[in-house]
Structures are given as C-alpha cells and as structure tokens.
Design a protein around this ligand. Structure first.
Ligand code: OFO
Length: 173
C-alpha cells in the first residue's frame, strides 16, 4: 500500500512526464513548421518516450494499489528562436527532470518505501542517458547551425532515430 506522501509524489512525477511529452511534441511541431523534418521526427520520438515514462508511473501507482490523479498539463512554449535553442531547452528540462526524480527518490527513502526506491533505479539511470543525449545533439546542432548544408545533413541524421519499445518500456513490459 502506498503512503499518501509517496502517492502524491508519484502522481506529480506522472504529470512531469506528461508535460515532457507535451514539450517535445511542441518542439516537433515548431521544427516541422520550419521545414526541418528530421529534427521534427527526433522530437516526436522523444515525446513518445516520455509517454512511455508516464505510462510506467501510471502502472506503478495502480500496481501498488494507489490512485492515479491526472493533473492538468501545463502549456509548453510553442516556438524556439533556433534549432540549438530548442535542444538547449531540452537539456535544461532534462536536468530539471533528473532533479525531480532524485527528490522523489529521497521521499521514498524517508518513507522507507523500498518498492518505489527499486522502481526509481531505472529512471535514475535513464536520466543520465537523457541528459547525455540532449547535450550531444545540442552540440551537434550548434556546430552546423549557420551552415545550411551542414544543418541539412544533421537534420537528415536526426531522421534516422527510431522509437525503441524495449528501451522505452524495459524488457519486462
Ligand atoms: Fe522522462 O525523461 Fe525526459 O523528461
């Protein structure tokens, strides 16, 4: 049985993950509008991964006998000044999410909720990768931003990203 404090914190993180999906989908739309289909696709896949993260929290709350509270999702920004500005905003956001996960882990420790602690291990590792990927792509985009042929090539590379079900949900899902 979930303690009320842990249940509330898990529901808050569910909302954060849903907002993440919203944010990346907004970036995807902005890239699409600016004729950068590869980056649009990359962001759309990121949004799908965030939905998978949200789904993990949703299922975990129910599996623990808790109540899912689908809170209102904040409206994300709709436009970014440049491709690298969007990727930089993604990195800032991922750092925020890492902080949220760490705070949630601290709550699970304080409440001696061992299943939640174990559940969060996957997310702690995932955030290391999320930050590294955001940073890597942000740097890549920044390097070519003022070179149309370079930007075209990186956009094309971004289009090769695929949605990996096992990576998103883990092997047991
Ligand atoms: Fe859910 O990892 Fe990004 O935000």
């Amino acid at each position: 049985m979930l303690k009320a404090r842990v249940e509330e914190a898990l529901n808050q993180q569910l909302n954060e993950e849903l907002f993440s999906a919203y944010l990346y989908q907004a970036m995807s739309a902005d890239f699409q509008r600016k004729n950068l289909p590869g980056f649009a696709s990359w962001m759309s896949i990121q949004a799908q991964e965030e939905m998978a993260h949200a789904r993990k929290f949703y299922k975990f709350i129910l599996d623990r006998g808790g109540k899912v509270q689908l809170k209102a999702i904040a409206q994300p920004q709709a436009e970014w000044s440049s491709p690298s500005a969007a990727f930089a905003a993604g990195l800032t956001h991922e750092r925020h999410i890492s902080e949220c996960i760490h705070n949630l882990y601290a709550v699970s420790e304080e409440e001696r909720d061992y299943p939640t602690r174990v559940f969060l291990h996957w997310f702690i590792e995932e955030q290391v990768e999320e930050e590294a990927t955001s940073e890597e792509w942000g740097e890549k985009v920044k390097r070519v931003e003022n070179d149309p042929s370079g930007l075209f090539a990186v956009d094309k590379e971004a289009a090769t990203r695929t949605f990996d079900l096992v990576l998103a949900f883990g092997p047991a899902a």
